[in-house]
Structures are given as structure tokens and as C-alpha cells.
Design a protein around this ligand. Sequence first.
Ligand SMILES: [Zn+2]
Length: 323
Amino acid sequence: MALKNCGKSYWWHVRHLLPDLVFRLRLFLALYRGSTILREKCFVCGASLGFILLSHWTLHREAQCRMCGARKRNSDAAYTILKTCLGRTEGCLRRNVPELSHLRVYLTQSSGPLHKHLKSLPNFTCSEFWKGIVPGQVHKGVRCEDLTRLTFDSQTFDLIVNEDVLEHVKNFSLAFSEIRRVLKSNGVHIFTVPYNETHTTQRRAMVDEHGRLIQLLQPVYHGDPFRPEGSLVFTDFGNDLLTYLDRLGMRTEDWVLGLWHDPGEVTWIDTADKHAEYWRHYLKGTLVSAFQWNSHVFVSRISEAGRDRRHHDEASFWPRIVT
Ligand SMILES: [Zn+2]
């Protein structure tokens, strides 16, 4: 590894190599402890060494590839991108990225394994949401976008990808509506969210007309690389999600790519006892051990009905949301 004469500072190397070194160390410790391995191919890097649960983790969706460190859910999203956009799943995203060059791609995050490979595409856009920054502006080198009021022209993208983002958006129906607006007629929206197979969607929090946060259920946070306290969950998605999307004019398929838990075991925090159990893990810093979700990847395309109505049809969403 040549650290000299490559034009990069010492701190650049520390910042970029340290996470990988930490992952390798945790991997070694996990192997030493005999942590569970999902013996599957990684569709991010192509390795077949399997996925491993690090230290105390129990959430299989977050198991990491022993070669590249991608999560199982990243691999499932990569598989879905290859199958949907190229019609095959030989190889992996790393090797097949050049074949996606004809697509205009929007990834709603600026880090992670998918970003690492998709960012080399000639027509690639990524963004983060920064509070206080005007959407469309660049902050810390990354474009700021609010998914509920995107600054892109209508029908801009062939492929839009979100991974576990929409549950943190204060008005998810507006976000889906905006995604539909900026997606080309034959485009595809591929996304993951924590998903419960037996409950209907519930709102945990909302923002009122004065901009005040209203917590409808006790607060739940998911891990967030940019926020030490985590990212607040506004919506718990349930088994009526596809019905909502259909009403919005988005024909959506549910690809189940990892089924480890019976429906009754899947996380659904709706009582004080369940929240207390979750909160114990939150305070201990063992958040991924508090959750049990199967791996669902959703593939959403504009339906015939959706082509005719490019407006936000809020009435078809909210009345059925349990609050
Ligand atoms: Zn991998």
C-alpha cells in the first residue's frame, strides 16, 4: 500500500482506511466467536464467502459480507438492480456497473456500498437531507434534497434507489409522489424499508402546520452515519404499503430475499413494554440487536393510472394510516 507520493494526505488515508481496518478487526473477532454466517453470494462485490453477524448483532439484514463489508440488505438491493435493469444476476454490481451507463440514476444517499460503485456512472446523482440547507444546494460536497419537494425536473431518472430512508421522511406519501414525478415513464424505483408483514402502516411522528414535531408514539431511532443520536422514525411500514402505492399510481412488487423470522416475531413497537425493550438496546448502543426484520426489496413502476395523474393524491393515503 503506497502511502507516499500519491498526492493524498496522511489524514485522508486515516479517514478512508480506518473504517475498513475496524471492519477487518471486528470480522476477525466475530469469526473467533463463531458468529452466524449467511452462506450466500454478495451481489455487491461478487464474493461467495458469506455474510457474518458482528459481535452482539442479531439483525440478519445487517450481516456483513466477509469480503467487502456490504450489508445483506445492500446485496439484496444490488441483486434487484441487476435483475431489474440488466435482466440477469450473474456477476455483481461492482463488475456490471459500466452496463448501467445508459441510465440516469438517483441514489438518495451519499455513502454506503451502492454509492461506492454507482458513483462512477456518467449520469449519477446522489443527495442527503441537511436541515437548514436549501434543497438543490451543495453542502459538505453533497447535494441537499428534501424527498418531499425534490428540485429535479419531472421525468428525469431511469432508476431511483433508496435504502431504509423513507421511514425517516416526515411525510412519506409526499416523498413517494415526488419520486413518481421525477421518474421517467418507464423508470423504476427500487427501495428497502423495515417492513412488518402482519400489521398495517402506523405513524410514529408527524410535523404540524407550524413545523412542530408531534410524537404520536414513543420515539424510535435507527442508526445514522451522520447523526450520533440516530435518525427518528416517522413511519412504521406494514402490509398495506403496496395498496397505498397502487393508489398513487405505482405498481409495486415485493421481492422477499431473506426470510428468517415468522411474521409474529418481526419487530413492531406499539406498546410500552416493547418500547422499553428497544430503549434498553438504544441506551446500550446495541441497536441492531433490538430489531428483527426480514429482507424485502420493493420494485415500483408507474402504472397506467399513474401516468395520467402526476399530482399528489394525499387523500388516498392518509385516511387508512393508523395514528
Ligand atoms: Zn461483498
